[in-house]
Design a protein around this ligand. Sequence first.
Ligand code: DCP
Ligand code: MG
Length: 616
Amino acid sequence: MKQEKPKGVYRWALSYLRPYRKRLLILLSLTIVEIVSGLLLPWPMKFIVDHALGSEPASGPASDWMAGVISFLGANRVAMLALGCVAYLIFHYASEFISVAHTQMQQSIGQRLIFDLRRQLFGHLQSLSLRYHLKRGPGETIYHIENDSYCVESLTLGGVLPLASSAATLGAMFVVLLRMNWQVALLSLLVVPFLLWVNRHYAERIVDRSERVKTLEAGLINLFHEVFTSIRVVKAFGREPHEQQRFKDQGATTLDERIKLTLQESLYAAMINVVTTGGTALVLFVGGYNVYRQRMTIGDLLVALTYLGSVFGPLVTMSHTFGNVQASVASARRALRTLQTEPELRDRPGAVEAGRLRGHIEFRDVHFHYDDESPVLEGVSFDARPGQMIALVGLTGAGKTSLVSLIPRFYDVISGQTIVDGRDVRDYKLRSLRDQIGIVLQEPVLFTGTIADNIRYGRLDATDEEVIAAARAAYAHDFIMSKEDGYQTMLGGDEGIYLSGGERQRISIARAFLKNAPILIMDEPTSSLDARAEASIFETMRELMMERTTIVIAHRLSTVRDADKILALDGGRIIDEGRHEELLRRVPLYRELCERLAMGDIPAQDEMELANAEVA
Ligand code: DCP
Ligand code: MG
């Protein structure tokens, strides 16, 4: 799997800082204060060693100050020692305080950055096509939002900022050291090229490996998701051990890669330590030699060593979290690649608002296939006039669901045209087109929330009365009222109750009814309902259908029989169309299908009676 590597991830990550300029300014000020306070930290120690304990003349950059203090205290050694200790305390406490403020400010920016990227990813991922999501599975998507989004914080505040601050510290300390001893100052810079080399050598490897690990981890999430959303099947087949094994195998690969990654990260950290320790030893030797030759005081050497510590310290700490920064580069590449993925279905330039459609649907020589290119629809043409009810019948896999998916543009045709109200569906603004289509999917999907919320998903501004009317039409009102909390019954979540397949289906039918759209598509809407419920729903639907075009993929003879037109689909082609009696006469496949359908049916007369009895 060779994927291109988006360039400029740092620049991209830094661009997220833009809205936080003010906070960033405060953060930078705090960083500068921190650097300055870092410069001051070793001086009390030097004062104690050189002046309180030793008898060095004041030297170095602050010599005038030192000389002033010494003469003020009248060379009283104990007073000097005490003063040194007090200064030591004050400097360290102040630096601690500044560091708390710094962390706080950094968090307040960092968390906002992460949230911003999450929001952007969430929005963008939602805009990507069904095809994209069905191919990836939810694991990648969840991993993007949940995990990859951290990269924006760790690259900027965790990566660029500490590096810049280390560099600034190094610069400032170099200037101070230069005034104390130029040899030591130059030596402290010597480590820089080595550090850069170590970085270059390890960075790219770690990034690549991290990216692999992340893809594997996303795959693991997919596995969890699959198992736990299908837990019923897993249990029914007693496949827990099988899934456990699958998890173990997939987990083992991930684990392997992770461990290899850790090795590289530790090697990197070790190399950084080798370089910095080498540098420190060198300064210790040359500095010590200078002290021995009396070109430098012991206090000066202490200052130099402390400075080196404050430059190397952050570098070493960073080298331990370096893996994080590089992993963030990997995350950033993943996130950026996704953000650069263009939604497949875009509004064409000049696309129009659909407005209120009449619901005239026309297919003209439509060819369609999914990614694997084996034909699913081949030259499908038909015409559905406003107010008609079209039934789509065909064996499983004939392409029924695929056919109706083209109307709301879940997918685009490969060739031919899908036309609604005389206009190619691709010439409508996508959202406005879908606003005009009510859909009941083959698999009813409910969200966490109340039953009323779930129905209202069809039209968010519907009143309670409209929700109840839709539920009645979908033959759902009675069962809803039989629940303790009626329409306020919670579904999903901790307190959520469980609904039967038929109940779920009726809620999703009510949702589509509530939308009150001129086109209604129902993909086996009643497959888990008993004949009575189905008859009742189609009875109300007949009234509703007057003003709308309905395409129903049906599996009950009673529904099919009353359709204005029946399309018989076989292997992606419409083999015939017409009314029930005509097809019965002409199409052997249809006859066969009807015989099978009839077995699940009860005579139409009885259906009506039963339905009426139910209403009464
Ligand atoms: N197909 C595919 N990728 C998808 C969906 C379907 O490759 N995302 C394939 C599987 C079938 C063919 O397309 O071979 C037609 O699938 P449909 O879902 O359109 O078939 P039906 O709806 O007619 O079948 P069923 O009655 O089982 O729902
Ligand atoms: Mg189907």
